[in-house]
Design a protein around this ligand. Sequence first.
Ligand SMILES: [Zn+2]
Length: 127
Amino acid sequence: MAEWQGRTAASQRGYDHQWQKARAAFLALPENQFCERCKAKGILNAGHLRMDGSPQTNPKRMHLVVNHRIAHKGDKQLFWDRLNWEVACPDHHDIRIQQEESGKVRSGTDIDGRPLDPAHPWNAGSV
Ligand SMILES: [Zn+2]
């Protein structure tokens, strides 16, 4: 294992200048203007809404982020694989990260970006 994989600071996990540039370019693409998970529920969220479709009132959360569909866990290949990237609103990004970190959810999604774990709230229809 490379030394950097054990570190926790975001800038040392690969979220460095190169990532900032790649991320900005990805979010600038015409097909990446809305959160994918909100869109799957019929909500076009360009970062101005919460995941339930109500207006986002926290200015710090009015944006979109690039989420890794499969947690890269320091794997540079997964990290930089654009097929593994999806556009997410902060709400969906946080939920994803929390679930993965709590270890309750099988990581990974199918081709539509839906979690593979049948017990995931997304699949249970409660999200
Ligand atoms: Zn969303």
